[in-house]
Design a protein around this ligand. Structure first.
Ligand code: PLP
Length: 393
């Protein structure tokens, strides 16, 4: 089964799409670890290079295993085309290089991955692309920030670590009205829980490193969207600039996609159970998780997502000392800022991911000294709760 755009369910597409079985009759998807491909004749080589005959040329921009991953992820996001990249950051970089020129402007939500902020400010800024940051959930602020130079609206939802939820459909209306493209980093939900293109977004970017892999093994990324935007503009950057996904990593991600739906359900169920338990603890001031009725955008999250994901954060009544004590008391959970792994991770945003901000910037971003973030893994949820309870006592 290799055709896209059919009526199969999500789980079937995740397991079956994109494998064009070879003459060997293999059941598992093959890895093609080859830099280049051989032509049957000089005329065929010329036709491939001219683009008049489709087919493999060179693995910087054509590799069957990478294409297998691209076709599968495109089917899951409901996009016409996917381009795989070496990392999540190179997916965002390739999108910007493909669609922006000097003088253009980006409006971005403030609460995005820290390295994305550095990319926008320090590197795109060097080439005359400017960025204005707005609060993720303030739709009017997005519209006010748009100028005649604005080309892209960029966001992540739910945000990290406060799990605020953006109204993708409303922002896509604003983007259309102002002739901009809406780019959604769908790393936290994955297409198993949220499909931004169906809500009106133009482009989805991924760090495949997180839940698409799901077991913390490889670095990779992807851009999904239309044939026109992704198939031409973004693919052109990849082909020429070369931030390519390796065939081996593509194969790991293919295997990850096969279990994506079932994993995201399990991450979400455990995170909800942990969030409800945390809300009952006297040492906890506030729990941030879109699955809780107390979450300000709970209803929007319920409409826009099929479950609430694996990431939550909570604010202790104490400050940094109490947060560090809780983190250090864990015996099983990994102390690391990574997420999207079968292994649960715990981190103190104020002194790690947001440590380079000034105290004022942190306060503005809502990152308190007592805030702890957990990316809930796939271990027994009772063991996860026991590990956190140790530090709360
Ligand atoms: C990790 C991450 C990225 C960057 O991806 P890499 O694969 O590490 O380059 C981008 N966006 C989000 C939301 C992330 O969590």
């Amino acid at each position: 089964m290799s055709d896209k755009g059919n009526d199969f369910g999500f789980e079937t597409l995740a397991i079956r799409t994109g494998h064009h079985r070879t003459a060997e009759g293999e059941q598992g998807e093959p890895i093609f670890p080859t830099s280049s491909f051989v032509f049957q004749s000089a005329a065929q080589a010329a036709a491939r290079f001219a683009g008049t005959e489709p087919g493999n040329i060179y693995s910087r921009f054509t590799n069957p295993t990478v294409r297998n991953f691209e076709e599968r992820l495109a089917a899951l996001e409901g996009g016409a085309r996917c381009v795989a990249t070496a990392s999540g950051m190179s997916a965002i970089l390739s999108t910007c290089l493909g669609l922006l020129k000097s003088g253009d402007h980006i409006v971005s939500s403030r609460a995005i991955f820290g390295t994305t902020v550095l990319l926008f400010n320090n590197y795109l800024g060097k080439f005359g692309v400017t960025t204005t940051y707005v609060p993720l959930t303030d739709v009017a602020a997005w519209e006010r920030a748009i100028t005649p130079k604005t080309r892209l609206l960029f966001l992540e939802t739910p945000s990290n670590p406060l799990t605020e939820v953006a109204d993708i459909a409303a922002l896509s209306q604003i983007a259309k009205r102002h002739n901009c493209l809406l780019v959604v980093d769908n790393c936290f939900c994955t297409p198993a829980l949220q499909q931004p293109l169906k809500l009106g977004a133009d482009i989805v970017v991924h760090s495949a490193t997180k839940y698409l892999d799901g077991q913390g093994r490889c670095i990779g990324g992807a851009v999904v969207g239309s044939e026109e935007i992704v198939g031409k503009d973004v693919y052109g950057v990849l082909r020429t600039g070369g931030p390519t996904m390796s065939p081996f990593n593509a194969w790991v991600f293919l295997k990850g996609l096969e279990t994506l739906a079932i994993r995201m359900k399990a991450h979400s169920a455990s995170a909800l159970e942990l969030a409800r338990w945390l809300e009952k603890q006297s040492a906890v001031k506030r729990v941030n998780y879109p699955g809780l009725e107390s979450h300000p955008q709970h209803k929007l999250a319920r409409d826009q997502q099929s479950a609430f994901g694996g990431v939550l954060s909570f604010e202790l009544k104490g400050g940094q000392a109490e947060a560090w004590k809780l983190i250090d008391a864990t015996k099983m959970i990994s102390i690391t800022a990574n997420l999207g792994d079968a292994k649960t991770t715990i981190t103190h945003p104020a002194t790690t991911t947001h440590g380079r901000l000034t105290p004022e910037q942190r306060a503005e971003a809502g990152i308190g000294d007592g805030l702890v973030r957990i990316a809930v893994g796939l271990e027994d949820v009772g063991d996860i709760i026991t590990d956190i309870e140790r530090g709360l006592r």
